[in-house]
Ligand binder design. Structure first.
Ligand code: PLP
Length: 357
């Protein structure tokens, strides 16, 4: 079957098979990669290779650190303001959906949160025009969510925030297409969509920013400490790091993020093209802001939802139920989803529409 889960999401089959084959004995370690010290030379080599592969994939400039952290993206909603803003300092959030809302809420006890722009009035069906953002030039940073996983809204251009550092939660878009790291001061991603297991968080942060981390923060919350210790301040998520490394190699073997972008654009065009032309299904997002990764859609009547889900699952098309906040359906078509999976979904949708007009 094909797994359309929004996250944790499908990983490439080849990666899972390799992990399965190596589960009991990894490399020369004579033990599972989960059972060896993170300070031993075998794991250190793995960790360094994974970092290098990610650097290669995203052409991460030399003046950025790549960190492998824990706590999910949600923990970093709070940890980011702890590290980079003073309590009385403005931080600008751009609200484009549920995840940016959550990020702003978590920052509230820690900094002076300003909503620089919001698309809530459109029920999050668009990206607020950059010209209409009300940015504070003294803000510690501007926070955006380049892909909103629940509403299926994506920035297709990086906004210019001038001298104010731009931070992005790229949990559900990282590695789906080229990403100009140099336009951001900080990027972070929960791993469970395009990278690996949940819990692991990848962060890419510009060196000069780390000088802001308050020295009186507990070390475990302090990004400068994590960076100084190569993300091994405490025991890292070694299994997650290993799987992330396999996924980075897989993306490289596919031709890197340029090839991923072609693959993902083709899948998105197929699905949105069908939805728009169907006269049956509907996607509410403005065309210029539609996500390549998450495609929500509704049926003409809500009472058909249960039938659609039951029959799609029976046809091997899994996890199409929309998020509880939105209803309807959502097809998440991350890197690991082949074009044939999207074609199978479209074929099913056509057939369902013909039978339930
Ligand atoms: N940000 C985005 C864009 C997400 O899609 C998610 C969903 O998993 C999160 C943050 C939260 O991530 P986590 O569950 O790893 O805390």
């Amino acid at each position: 079957g094909y797994n359309f889960s929004a996250g944790p999401a499908a990983l490439p089959e080849d990666v899972l098979r390799q992990a399965q084959a190596e589960l009991l004995e990894w490399g020369s370690a004579r033990a599972s990669v989960m059972e060896i010290s993170h300070r031993g030379k075998d794991f250190i080599a793995l960790a360094e290779q994974a970092e290098q592969d990610l650097r290669d994939l995203l052409a991460v400039p030399a003046n950025y650190k790549v960190l492998f952290l824990q706590g999910g993206a949600t923990q970093h909603f709070a940890q980011i303001p702890m590290n980079f803003a003073r309590r009385d300092q403005a931080v600008d959030y751009v609200l484009t959906g549920d995840w940016s809302e959550k990020a702003a809420k978590e920052a509230k006890p820690l900094a002076r949160v300003r909503i620089a722009a919001s698309a809530a009035d459109s029920n999050y069906a668009r990206i607020p025009a950059r010209a209409a953002w009300d940015l504070d030039p003294t803000a510690a940073y501007v926070h955006v969510t380049p892909n909103e996983t629940i509403r299926g809204v994506e920035f297709h251009e990086v906004p210019d925030t001038g001298a104010v550092p731009l931070f992005g939660d790229v949990s559900s878009t990282i590695l789906s297409r080229p990403l100009d790291v140099s336009k951001y001061a900080l990027l972070y991603a929960g791993a469970q969509k395009n990278i690996g297991p949940s819990g692991l968080v990848v962060m890419i942060v510009r060196d000069d920013l780390l000088e802001r981390c308050p020295r009186d923060l507990p070390k475990i919350f302090n990004y400068a400490e994590h960076a100084a210790q190569g993300s091994m301040l405490n025991t890292p998520n070694t299994w997650g790091w290993y799987l992330a490394g396999l996924v980075f190699k897989w993306v490289k073997a596919q031709g890197g993020v340029v090839a991923m972008a072609e693959h993902n654009r083709a899948k998105a065009q197929l699905l949105y093209g069908y939805i728009d032309g169907s006269g049956y299904y509907r996607n509410p997002v403005e065309k210029s802001a539609r996500s390549w990764m998450n495609v929500p859609f509704t049926l003409p009547r809500e009472d058909l939802d249960a039938k659609f889900l039951e029959e799609s699952e029976a046809a091997g098309l899994l996890a199409l139920k929309g998020h509880r906040a939105v209803g309807g359906m959502r097809a998440s078509i991350y890197n690991a989803m082949p074009l044939e999976g999207v074609q199978a979904l479209v074929d099913f949708m056509k057939d369902f529409a013909a039978r339930n007009g």
